[in-house]
Unconditional design. Structure first.
Length: 66
């Protein structure tokens, strides 16, 4: 039974696309930003504004440098 649960969990995680995971993380970060005072909130939101395409492009560039 334990292995079935672990297998189902792994299958559900694998079903998520990278873009969906990135989007969920960004939404969580933006929610955390909303708890900050205004000046810090604005800076926090700027840091979370990168699109998935831009993120992926930068990630690929960094991988090439290694």
């Amino acid at each position: 039974m334990k292995y079935i649960v672990v297998g189902a969990l792994l299958a559900s995680v694998a079903a998520c696309s990278h873009e969906q995971v990135y989007s969920a993380v960004q939404q969580n970060r933006q929610f955390e930003c909303s708890k900050l005072p205004q000046p810090e909130y604005e800076e926090c939101m700027r840091e979370t504004g990168m699109s998935y395409d831009e993120y992926e492009r930068r990630r690929q560039e960094l991988l090439k440098e290694e």
